[in-house]
Design a protein around this ligand. Structure first.
Ligand code: ATP
Ligand code: MG
Length: 263
């Protein structure tokens, strides 16, 4: 969580959204949003429900196309990209979806193996990496179980193992800790930090959970009225007087679980 993870200047930006607007019918969700994610950093996106956090993630991976503006990942423009370019960019991304989104009729092992198979690795290589990833998330003994037989926290850990299986440059996390107890949340937070420190991945984490955000973030972006209203270090976030930030912090008073104390 040190500033060493956020390069100075704007040169080393992995994901850049410029003037991104997105509406659904009459409803304007994103309204000229600018956001730059530094390579090697974990950036947490916070904001009230329905402000467009998931929409922003979906624009980053090309699942949604903005009505205006540009989205680029590692210098490749994602919006309007050819299928081939999109496939290439996505092959360097991992996703941890809200609710883990494992495939229910495949075992945990098979779920983690999926992106590796897509990359055309040999069965033996796939097996080796799957063993390693399950071990790293502390689940080596449950590989043969199906998602329905796992707890919510275990499913999220399998989801994480799948997201980092191929060693992606960028991992997108949508509410990775929602609905989990504090201990399991902490385990997932540690994995998100490991995503950055062990795999060297850049992370974009959508979260409602202030404690979690302060633990994993190099920077916190506040999404408000269709734009990034603040882009702050965890310390700056805790000291901010932005009313929405205050409402997050005041719901979670004093002890934020990070060793810092809200003023
Ligand atoms: N495919 C879609 N079609 C129509 N409306 C959509 C679509 N996707 C999102 N929206 C709308 O866009 C707005 C932002 O949605 P989004 O899912 O990004 O919110 P969010 O910030 O992730 O909220 P939450 O914290 O509840 O997950 C919402 O009003 C939602 O109803
Ligand atoms: Mg969402």
């Amino acid at each position: 969580m040190s500033d060493a993870n956020v390069p100075k200047g704007t040169d080393d930006v992995l994901v850049r959204l410029t003037g991104v607007s997105k509406r659904f019918g009459e409803k304007v969700v994103l309204d000229g949003l600018d956001l730059a994610i530094p390579r090697g950093a974990n950036v947490v996106i916070m904001g009230l429900s329905g402000t467009g956090k998931s929409v922003t993630l979906k624009c980053m991976c090309g699942m949604l196309n903005p009505d205006a503006g540009t989205v680029s990942v590692d210098g490749v423009q994602v919006n309007g990209a050819s299928r081939k370019d999109l496939r290439r960019v996505r092959s360097k991304m991992g996703f941890v979806f809200q609710g883990a989104a494992l495939i229910n009729w495949l075992s945990a092992r098979e779920n983690v193996a999926l992106p590796l198979r897509e990359q055309g690795l040999k069965a033996r290589e796939v097996d080796e990496i799957v063993d390693q990833r399950l071990d790293e998330v502390g689940l080596s003994d449950i590989g043969d179980k199906f998602p329905g037989e796992l707890s919510g926290g275990m499913r999220k850990r399998v989801g994480f193992a799948r997201a980092v299986a191929t060693g992606p440059d960028l991992v997108l996390y949508d509410e990775p800790t929602t609905g989990l107890d504090p201990m399991t949340t902490r385990t997932i937070d540690e994995l998100i930090v490991a995503g950055r420190d062990r795999y060297g991945a850049t992370g974009v984490v959508v979260s409602h959970d202030v404690k979690s955000a302060l633990r994993v973030a190099d920077r916190i972006a506040l999404l408000y009225e269709g734009r990034v209203a603040a882009f702050l270090t965890p310390d700056e976030f805790v000291a901010s007087d932005h009313p929405v930030i205050r409402s997050f912090l005041d719901l979670d008073p004093a002890d934020d679980g990070s060793g810092r104390r809200a003023p």
